[in-house]
Design a protein around this ligand. Sequence first.
Ligand SMILES: NC(=O)c1ccc[n+]([C@@H]2O[C@H](COP(=O)([O-])OP(=O)(O)OC[C@H]3O[C@@H](n4cnc5c(N)ncnc54)[C@H](OP(=O)(O)O)[C@@H]3O)[C@@H](O)[C@H]2O)c1
Length: 387
Amino acid sequence: MLSRTIIRSPGRTFSTSTAMLNRCIIYTQNGDPAQVIRAITYPKLPSPPPNTVNLKFLLSPINPADVNTIEGVYPSKPSPTSNIAASGLGSQDKPVFVGGNEGLAQVVEVGEGVKGLKKDDWVVMDRPQLGTWSTSRNVPFHGVIKLPATGLTEAHGATMTVNPTTAYNMLDGFVKLQEGDWVIQNGANSAVGQLVIQIAKNRGLSTINFVRSRDDMGPLVDHLKSLGATKILTYDDLNDKSLRGKIKEWTGGKDIRLALNCVGGEPTTAISKLLGQDAHLVSYGAMSKKPLSLPTSLHIFKNLTSHGFWQTNWSKTHSRTQKEELIAKLADMMKENKIRAPEHTIVNISAQESDEEATAKIRDVFAKLAEGKFGKKVLLKLEDTAT
Ligand SMILES: NC(=O)c1ccc[n+]([C@@H]2O[C@H](COP(=O)([O-])OP(=O)(O)OC[C@H]3O[C@@H](n4cnc5c(N)ncnc54)[C@H](OP(=O)(O)O)[C@@H]3O)[C@@H](O)[C@H]2O)c1
């Protein structure tokens, strides 16, 4: 491990030379993240036991599902027991949960019996809710997947396992799409939506992309176009009676057979009506918090099928080899610049900040996220070295 002489003071751990601080973002009860999470410093982890690797986290995103997990309304929950075991925190009576589901980490040390991983390898998580908002963790080696040694940025790696996999699998798993086919989606400027645009473009598919209108649409339209979006419209355009005719012209009369739903509510009902015969509507998000309502006639006369997609479930039902193959494919696309890292803001929590300062900073991030003030993916960097 990296640590040398460590001097501890309440909420702060540092040394005179290269010091190492272990810190994570925790919660002990569900609720509004801006109120219930806090940063804590924890003792140096023991060397990794057999079949376990010691990881240093480099960068970990805050995804919408992380907020739902802390609120206690997300189906995939962190296990208090594993977090306790990994970090030496809490007890059965007073469980402590470490936040963060996705993240990029570097292998620091491997335990006996670990296969296929060595010091300095970059890895991503293959198990949900491992507590990635940490400086370091000991994790079973089967719980991580190795990334290629070169060609990826930290932001690519940190955001690899949730959104790119979801976009890829939704384009791949429901309709046999051929080059020249069209896909329609709402929430097109979400991180997932932007990946759908890029992966579709890479496969020779065209996309019709709906977003919420805003005062100045120009920058967003330019950005989505630069990713490869074919058409960009707002939900207001769904009220335009001439839209159906325009779409027919764009597609040359070809039926659209796949719609991807990020937001639910009225924009989803409306895009479903633009689908052709035997189409599939795939819902993966509910950002508007409005229910999904579909005309019965679409099922009877057009044989519409409505599905939900959850990447966590895909992961549970696919083999390790299939998951490694998917990560390798996505990493190749990233290396070839066919998939850009999401636009992001890195929130740095320096090792010099006390736990109180770090808590105030991270709570403020969640308060701003709730108000939609970032407009970019937030990536957390918890520094482990005081300089
Ligand atoms: N099922 C799965 O496996 C899976 C995997 C990954 C993500 N997801 C889900 O997919 C969704 C998007 O995730 P992300 O990481 O891509 O999110 P993101 O980058 O934060 O984007 C959020 C999107 O939601 C839109 N939005 C926010 N509030 C809205 C509202 N009240 N009405 C309509 N649109 C609204 C935003 O539009 P504006 O820019 O106009 O605010 C933006 O397009 C989340 O629900 C997430 O949990 C699901």
